[in-house]
Design a protein around this ligand. Sequence first.
Ligand SMILES: NC(=O)c1ccc[n+]([C@@H]2O[C@H](COP(=O)([O-])OP(=O)(O)OC[C@H]3O[C@@H](n4cnc5c(N)ncnc54)[C@H](O)[C@@H]3O)[C@@H](O)[C@H]2O)c1
Length: 345
Amino acid sequence: MSERVGISVVGTGDWGANLVRNFANLPGAQLVSVCDADPKRLAKTAAQYPGVKAVADVADVAADPAVQGVVVASSAVSHYPLARTLLAAGKDVYVEKPITLEVAHAEELCRMAKADGRILMVGHLLLYHPAVAYMKQLIDQGTVGDVFYVLCQRVNLGKVRKDENALWSFAPHDLSVVLHLLGSEPVDVVARGAAFLQDGVEDVVFVDLRFPNGKMAHVHVSWLDPHKERKVTVVGSKKMVVFDDMNPSEKITIYDKGVDRAGEVVSYGEMLTIRSGDILIPKVPQQEPLRLECLHFVECIRDRKRPLTDGVGGLRVVKVLDAAQRSLKSGGAPVAIAPLPQEVA
Ligand SMILES: NC(=O)c1ccc[n+]([C@@H]2O[C@H](COP(=O)([O-])OP(=O)(O)OC[C@H]3O[C@@H](n4cnc5c(N)ncnc54)[C@H](O)[C@@H]3O)[C@@H](O)[C@H]2O)c1
């Protein structure tokens, strides 16, 4: 085994190109090969990285002993068969989000990775964002108080996909953040949306999640919106925190705002007073989340560590997406989230 971890990237399209760029320049990693089923795409990528093998068939990646870790950045529908082939060949695998399009497929990948001691990581990029790590710290250390609800907006006028709707394309980001920040799984989910541009492919979706002990989250995703918004708002009993990913430098704002109860209940109604205190913009490290994510994959392979965004995290998100999709198709009926199977949890 060489000192550097051998990496292959499968799927070198719009997003895969960013992964290729990162792994080609990552300390501790060696980009061994790139793989794409589209010959034009493959030729374009290969031309930029002379010395890196270019292959069209994932079987060549699976059979290459120089490759230890494989990044699957192909279209979502191919994540499951590709990841399965690669895990079966003994590779450590990082699959872009959503890990699969079916709950049973995500469970199977988690079982395979667990049984064979392979690393299975999912590309829940925002969990590597220093601003999300900062928010999580604020919640865990009690600064925010009791979290009442989380609101996520991910809207723009952007890439309209044919093989997945806005829910499956965008919401994995927000759902992974919500599950991470709240540290629990929802009880049930309600989703409503509409397909304006293509039959059966929703362009805009509103998702409501209900958590144990009354907490809530709302996720609004759309690729048909005049604004480009990437925002997460956490409302707690002590503080309110906003992560605005469109703000180039001031990613986090902490509001000392809330409603306080008076100590004594003096009448049939409790006394509530509005608190509108200071607004703080903390300094949050400016590091590229994708680079941190790629470094983490290499570190997990080398040290045999469980990734921050492991396969089970991918499965949790797919369970919510699946429930939201069923709610969407039923016109907004609540769909309960079943607990994770014991053997994969
Ligand atoms: N983490 C993020 O922020 C983020 C952002 C954008 C996209 N993504 C994810 O990345 C993935 C790719 O998205 P994209 O926008 O680059 O799509 P894309 O369509 O631009 O690229 C996909 C590429 O995969 C190739 N491909 C498909 N099936 C293949 C197979 N069986 N073997 C080899 N190559 C295959 C295609 O030829 C294409 O070049 C998706 O899963 C998407 O959800 C993640």
